[in-house]
Design a protein around this ligand. Sequence first.
Ligand SMILES: NC(=O)c1ccc[n+]([C@@H]2O[C@H](COP(=O)([O-])OP(=O)(O)OC[C@H]3O[C@@H](n4cnc5c(N)ncnc54)[C@H](OP(=O)(O)O)[C@@H]3O)[C@@H](O)[C@H]2O)c1
Length: 384
Amino acid sequence: MKESSSSKRDFLKKGLTLSLGLPLVGSGILSCTTGEKQAAPLRILILGGTSFLGPHQVAYAVSRGHKVSIFTRGKTVPTVNTEAFDHVERLIGDRQDNLTALENREWDVVIDNSGRAADWTRRTAELLREKAGLYIYISSTGVYYPHLEADVNEDTKVLLQDPVNAEGEAPERDSFGVMKAKSEVEAIKAFGKDRTAIVRPTYMLGPADRTDRFMYWPLRLARGGDIFVPGKADDPVQYVDVRDIADWCIRLAENKTAGTFNAAGPENAQGVLEFAQKGTEAFDVTSNIVLVEDYDFLQEQRVSFIIPWIMPKDDYYASARVQNSRAIGAGLTFRELKTTIKDTYDWWNSEAVDPERKTKYEQNTRTVLAREAEILEAWKVTRE
Ligand SMILES: NC(=O)c1ccc[n+]([C@@H]2O[C@H](COP(=O)([O-])OP(=O)(O)OC[C@H]3O[C@@H](n4cnc5c(N)ncnc54)[C@H](OP(=O)(O)O)[C@@H]3O)[C@@H](O)[C@H]2O)c1
C-alpha cells in the first residue's frame, strides 16, 4: 500500500503536464527516431486491447518498452500486430460482473477502451484509483450529439441524460453519447481531474476496423475512373487514423497528461472535395472526381453518409466541425490521408481480413460501392 501511494505521488510529481504542455519534448517520441533515451518503461493496463484501437496501442507501447497487461473476456482475437501480443500479460474477466483479475494489482496507467456503460467505468475506476496513477478514458465526439453547434470545444456542456420521448418516457438504455459523457464523469470522480485524460476521438480509420463504413473510399479510389463523391465541396469532414490515436494515448501515458481532448483530424478544416482529392494520391491511377452536391438527389439515392462524410444537416450539422486545437497542443499528430487509405486498402486485401467478410461487403448490392455506376447514371440524367 505504501509503495503504491509513493509511486503514485512520483508519477504525479513527474507529470501533470495538464493539457497544454509541450508533450513531444521529453516524451520519448522523438527518441524513436533520434536514438535518444526512451521514456521510462511504464506498467500499462488496457481495458480491452484486442479489437481495433487496442492492437495499435499494444504494438506502440511494446515498441516503446512498456509492460502491457490487457483485460478482456478472451473472446475477441486480435487480427493485426499479433506478434506484439507475445509480450503482453492477458487478464481474463468481464466488465459486467467479474473484475477479480484486476484486484490487488498496480499499474502506472489504465487505458479504458472497452467502456460500454457508465457503471462499468465507475467500477473499474473505483477499483483502481489507489492502484494506478492515470486513467485514460476513450470517449467519443459522440458526446456532442446532437451536433447542432459548430466549433464545440472541450468546455462545451454535454448531455448527461437523454431527452424523454413524446410520451414523456426516458429510453431504457443511455444513448451512445450520453453513456460516454456519464462514463467520463465516473472516471473523473474516481481519479480526479488531475489524473484523468478523456480522449474523444471522431471517426477512427485504418487497419483492423471492424466496421465496413469507410471501405468505399480505399476500394473505389484504388480503381480510378469516374468517382462518385457525395456532398457540397466544403461539407466538412473529420476523421483520424486509429494509429495516431493509439500512439498518442501512449504518449499521454508517458507524459502523464491529464485533461479532456477532442481527438479529431485532419489538423486544418477540410471539405469533402479536398478529402477526395487527397485520397486519390494513395494510388497511381487516373481518377476523375464527380461531385454530387444536390442533397435532395442524394437523399433520393439513400446516400446520407459515407464516412467520414455525413450530410451536414439537422442533428449532424456540426458532427465534423469539432475543435481540435487542444489535442494538437497536447501532441496529437496526424498521418497523411494517403497513408491511411493505402494502408487500409492493403490490410483489406491481406490475410488479416476474413475472405467471407470481404466477399460479403464487396458483393453486397445495397452498398454505395455496388450502386455507384447507377447513381452516377441517374445524376447524369438529372443534368441533361
Ligand atoms: N471506431 C471508432 O471510429 C470510434 C470513434 C470514437 C470512439 N470510439 C471508441 O473507441 C474505443 C475503442 O474501441 P475498440 O473496440 O477499438 O477497442 P479495443 O480495445 O481494441 O477492443 C474492445 C475490447 O473490449 C473487450 N470487451 C468487450 N466486452 C467486454 C467485457 N464485457 N468485459 C471485458 N472486456 C470486454 C473486447 O475483448 P473481448 O471481446 O475478448 O472481451 C476487446 O478487446 C471504444 O470505447 C469506442 O467507443 C471508437
